[in-house]
Design a protein around this ligand. Sequence first.
Ligand code: RIB
Length: 329
Amino acid sequence: MGVTIKDVAKKAGVSIATVSMVVNDKAGHITPKTKRKVLDAIKELDYRPNFTARSLVRKASNTIGLLVPDITNPYFAELAKSLETALNQAGYITFLCNTFEESEREKRYVNELISRAVDGLIICGLTSLETTIFASLKERRIPYLILDNRFSAENFSIHADDFAGGELAAKHLIENGHTKTLFVGSQNHYINIEQRYQGFKSIMDKHKLETNYLDTELTRVGGQKIAETVFKMDITAVFCSNDLIAIGLYDAAAKQKLTIPGDLSIIGYDNITFTSIVKPHLTTIQQPIHMLAEKACYHLLQMIHTPDYFFYKEILPVSLVSRDSVAAQ
Ligand code: RIB
């Protein structure tokens, strides 16, 4: 006989009712610690809950809602294109919504998408997890997953290994003799950007090196805005939390006749297409954009089609793409 809800309850040391509430996303009053125990037990035992009732009452529209912060950021453009392609191959049409990092707009779009009877939702770049969005989706039993920045134990999520990305950037700079560095993060608090910083800092700490920290918008303009401050700092290298910020620094450096990497070494994050177009070609951390999209599509469709499908997290590997924007000291 397969693993039952009883086995999960026993393994986690909780009641069957508690497991049931976690599985059915009705665990509002259950502590995060208990939820984690249940989710760990589910994973360890490979328990597959039975969601048959959900599939019986559902009528398919073959549409998926996709929320991204801003499609003009090439990272989200590439991600959206890969998602759309994968979903389309599976017979789905995608509704794309730009949220511009505005929580009211996020809520409005989710409600709109619900009323248009989407079969599922992929949510990228959410401003906060404290929204009523999840409650509405759970209430209506619409499968959804968080892609990219707002991963959490409570929601099904897929993201790249941001901590490892930060570590890779720090190691590369240290190998090239940089001891005076700066991390540029986001002015909005995002878990993935924070993880990049923590990974970067952990390596710097190991080498007993201090690193500076600055926040800005995750845009090219964001890079341009902080350039003056950056250029005045006593540093030899900057690790930007995305490629657009790095490109903004390139713009400002060119105006001031500063050379990259002669005057300042720069590492970006994402590996968008522009990184191999700008001069010098930008060294960056590659996010597996295509793989992120494939996995998101796979898991969401499993949730939609397989009544007893259950997963809660997937973390994909990143890699360093070494180009011409980091000089040896
Ligand atoms: O460029 C946008 C950045 O924010 C990416 O690094 C992505 O991970 C997102 O969260």
